[in-house]
Write a protein that binds this ligand. Structure first.
Ligand SMILES: [Zn+2]
Length: 245
């Protein structure tokens, strides 16, 4: 878009999609860019079908828990939150009040949620979409639990569907994550990926298939298009924070 095209869009629309991801290890078979590449593809296809603007993907995210694996880029939650927030505020300057963040990386979630709450107070509504959290609801029997972890068959399948030329299935491995010696029920521990797995894969990845990945992509995009259309129809007054009761 040129700035004149942007002006035309923002004069008529108050909604935009923003894909965000990470650059981090995804096992020996998947590209480091997995999370931002998938977020970008889901967001761009949704934007095309729903007739809304999709911004450039933000490729780096909150990934320090993967840093022992080479090539991982790790941004602090604070910096990530500020950066994404300022992108959203720039959109708001041109009248955008509804933003759908298409998030490709679980580690970004807390920072994004904090940001969304702060922006809602300022009259900007940000919803956050994560493709993997809807897959077992939309396609319940597609994968076993051990195929749904980080860099396992589910995620690898989406890569195979979208960009098979950068997936090396001959390097795919299956690895059952280790349990830490102090882990008991109900306990959240600040561990790194390397504490659980040596390959970076959580579970089974060798069963990945492009065909399954296409099903996930299609179901995910359909669901996101539904959300974007609902947002378009909803008045901003019904989305932002209510005043006192
Ligand atoms: Zn991932």
């Amino acid at each position: 878009m040129s700035w004149t095209e942007a002006k035309d869009y923002f004069k008529k629309n108050d909604i935009a999609l923003l894909p965000v991801g990470s650059n981090e290890q995804h096992g020996p078979q998947n590209p480091l860019g997995t999370d931002h590449l998938i977020a970008k593809a889901v967001a761009e296809e949704t934007a095309k079908r729903a007739g809304v603007l999709c911004l450039q993907v933000i490729p780096f995210g909150v990934s320090s828990h993967h840093k022992q694996f080479w090539g991982t880029i790790f941004i602090s939650p604070k910096t990530f939150k500020s950066y994404v927030k300022e992108v959203c505020l720039s959109l708001n300057y041109y009248g955008v009040r509804k933003i759908v963040v298409v998030n490709g990386h679980g580690g970004n979630r807390c920072a994004l949620m904090e940001m969304a709450r702060e922006l809602r107070e300022k009259g900007v509504f940000v919803s956050i979409f994560q493709w993997w959290s809807v897959v077992n609801k939309l396609l319940p029997n597609l994968f076993e639990l051990e195929e749904r972890g980080h860099a396992a068959a589910e995620e690898t399948s989406v890569n195979l569907a979208l960009h098979p030329q950068i997936v090396g299935m001959n390097r795919a491995v299956d690895e059952e994550p280790r349990k830490h010696s102090v882990q008991t029920e109900g306990m959240t521990l600040p561990l790194d990926t390397v504490d659980y797995t040596s390959s970076g894969v959580f579970g089974k990845s060798t069963t990945a298939s492009a065909e399954k990945g296409k099903k996930i992509f299609e179901a995910t995009v359909n669901e996101l298009v539904k959300h974007v259309n609902l947002l378009k129809e909803t008045k901003i007054e019904d989305l932002i924070s209510k005043s006192k009761v």
